[in-house]
Ligand binder design. Structure first.
Ligand code: SAM
Length: 642
């Protein structure tokens, strides 16, 4: 194509670059691309863009005062700039409807475009030749360039004998170094051509979040930002691992995060290791606590200090993969319904980091899979098209009613901060138990959860994990007996907490109070009744009976108690609820309950089928292959940092 027939020019610095440009831009030539040009002169490069990209919109920035060499009398480049501008206008006139001319210094025009949250798919930098100007033009334009966009930097090898500050090379080199890791080089010769990669580092513009291919910042005038993720590293005497853990957070490709490192009363040299690894990184804050609050205690403590909408408690012996936050946040933003937390698969490693197994949260055939379509959800630039498709195929909602443990431990979980605060416990400062062992059951009961069957972190088995003393295996319990006993005791406190706070939670859970209660027992439906009849659980019910009776209508209170208790235990709880005396309603409900139980027993005897959707779910779906669930199904899970 001859782009310049019938046009008027005094110079040609451009035509010989065109074959390379055509080759690199051909693939997207017919898209409605947004092109930005810094330095237009008579419009030669502008005419190329306008014709080779027939659906593009071009923004041209030029002072039309020329660079130093154009203004210097006697220079062979000396030019009458008023004529140059007139030629630009005449040459580009047929394309005026796709052209925006900004007659200004680039530093001002680019700032203005930034303020307006503008975005471009192609940027051509061909303005002032001083190294400092080349650097500033490239830096400012980079923030305007969409992920996947192409930047062409002209004059990299211009006049090599001139002093370095007077030619672009040093400025372009400084820019490339400052943005290293954020681009791939497509071409390097007299011009440098780069593509903004899918994984920008922490410098990525927050406004790169898109919907339907358009920048959210553009839609919202810059007022809407991507979710802030809070990492909370809870470290107790893991000086030997915590540095590697912190480094893995620093490497996150998701730019919008903060990290609070809690040194939880350590007595080893953790404080120095932590200080060394976070030094100079303003995203990190360190809290050295004088005593060990326990992992859950420290997690509760952190909730007043973090600002993120999404939170991951990072075990100080684990390692996050660099796409951990991106994939979790993207799943949260694209799930068909919101969940309290997402849980991803882990690579189980030995103490030195050698992989032993890939602990999977899979096995959820029959679950609701698939995220919303890419173009209808908020899309992160750090999750490529292919990664999104993978994520969609491998993310499943856990049914709200599903009992048992379905998730991977600790670091593998990203919670909504609002749900953590909803189930947060006050009173004591110390909770010597795992954060996930508490939060996963409670949060799942309150808001549901989803599994991401993609390995996004490493879980280190080093012989001191109480939760697991070997890689997960379908037929073996992984925790220690001591852990199991302590977990059972912790469960009792959870039951007590929920019942004692019935006044608040009955309203919030909107009819779901009793099923959440069943869920946090960690028991299968078959074993629930036996669990409730345990004298310690009975005592908890007895103590909370007046509160429950006050919260529910008499009929509901009687039915729910009788669904869990019979005989003298039931009568005692009902009596305590009704202030010492059984109401006639209670006698009626007791008779009904007896009849219901007798009928259900007869049905069971007549049929081999398991009854109840919980039981069905367990046997037919999860036991198909969920190793995490099976390994821990016989007891509560998630116990560390004791
Ligand atoms: C080399 S010419 C551009 C050539 C043009 N791209 C082409 O293909 O013919 C450089 C242009 O940059 C403009 N320029 C120089 N310094 C500038 C600045 N600080 N802000 C805006 N424009 C500038 C000059 O006015 C000049 O027109």
């Amino acid at each position: 194509m001859n782009y310049f027939d019938g046009k008027a020019f005094s110079r040609d610095w451009t035509s010989h670059h065109i074959p390379v440009w055509e080759q690199l831009l051909r693939e997207r030539a017919h898209e409605p691309l947004r092109v930005l040009e810094v330095g237009s002169f008579e419009g030669r490069s502008a005419l190329f863009f306008l014709q080779f990209l027939p659906n593009c919109h071009l923004t041209c920035i030029d002072t039309f005062e020329g660079s130093v060499e154009h203004r210097t009398a006697g220079s062979r480049h000396h030019t009458k700039m008023a004529e140059v501008e007139a030629r630009f206008d005449a040459n580009t006139l047929p394309f005026a409807h796709r052209l925006e001319k900004l007659k200004a210094f680039s530093i001002e025009a680019l700032s203005e475009l930034q303020r307006a949250s503008r975005r471009f798919d192609i940027v051509y930098v061909d303005g002032d030749h001083h190294a400092a100007s080349a650097f500033t033009d490239a830096q400012q334009s980079w923030d305007l360039l969409a992920t996947g966009g192409v930047m062409i930097l002209d004059d990299y090898l211009w006049q090599p004998t001139k002093p370095a500050p007077e030619r672009p090379k040093a400025g372009i080199d400084a820019f490339l170094q400052a943005r290293s890791g954020e681009y791939e080089i497509l071409h390097q010769d007299y011009q440098v051509i780069i593509r903004k990669s899918w994984r920008p580092s922490q410098h990525a513009a927050a406004s790169d979040l898109t919907i339907g291919g358009r920048s959210i910042a553009e839609f919202s005038g810059g007022s809407i930002k991507p979710p802030l993720v809070s990492f909370v590293v809870i470290n107790w005497n893991y000086a030997r691992y915590v540095g590697v853990t912190i480094d893995s957070i620093k490497r996150q490709d998701y730019p919008h995060f903060e990290c609070l490192v809690i040194n939880n009363g350590s007595t080893d040299d953790s404080a120095e290791v932590i200080a060394r690894h976070v030094a100079g990184d303003s995203r990190f804050t360190v809290a050295n606590l004088p005593e060990n609050l326990g992992q859950l205690g420290a997690a509760f403590w952190s909730l007043d200090r973090i600002k993120g909408g999404f939170v991951t408690f990072v075990d100080a012996d684990d390692v996050l993969f660099d796409n951990y936050a991106s994939m979790h946040v993207q799943a949260h933003l694209a799930l068909p319904q919101s969940v309290a937390f997402t849980s991803s698969s882990v690579a189980e490693t030995d103490a030195r980091g050698n992989i032993l197994a890939s602990g999977s949260v899979a096995g959820s055939q029959g679950q609701t899979r698939n995220l919303h379509a890419q173009d209808s959800v908020l899309r992160l630039p750090t999750v490529s098209h292919e990664d999104f498709q993978q994520l969609s195929a491998r993310t499943a909602l856990v049914p709200k009613s599903a009992s048992g443990w379905h998730w991977n431990p600790g670091t593998a979980n990203m919670y909504r901060a609002s749900h953590l605060r909803l189930v947060r416990r006050g009173g004591e400062a110390r909770y010597m138990r795992s954060a996930d062992g508490y939060f996963n059951f409670m949060c799942h009961g309150f808001g549901g959860s989803a599994l991401i069957d993609i390995v996004l972190s490493g879980y280190r088995l080093h012989g001191e994990n109480a939760f697991s003393n070997h890689e997960s295996s379908p037929s073996l319990r992984s925790g220690t007996p001591e852990y199991y006993r302590l977990a059972q005791e912790a469960t009792l406190t959870d039951i007590d907490f929920l019942l004692a706070n019935a006044g608040r939670y009955v309203w919030i859970l909107d009819g779901g109070f009793w099923s959440v209660l069943d869920l946090i027992t960690r028991e299968t439906p078959k074993r629930l009744r036996r669990f409730y009849c345990d004298p310690r659980v009975f005592e908890i019910f007895l103590a909370n009976a007046p509160k429950l009776a006050a919260e529910f209508r008499s009929r509901v209170f009687c039915r729910e108690i009788l669904a869990r208790y019979s005989g003298s235990q039931a009568r005692k709880i009902l009596r305590a609820g009704f202030g010492g005396k059984l109401k006639p309603r209670a006698y009626g409900e007791m008779a009904l309950s007896w009849l219901r139980r007798a009928r259900s027993m007869m049905r069971k005897r007549n049929s081999q089928q398991p009854v109840g959707r919980h039981l069905l779910f367990h046997t037919s779906i999860w036991e198909g292959g969920n190793r995490a669930y099976r390994a821990h199904s016989s007891g509560p899970a998630g116990w560390e940092m004791l």
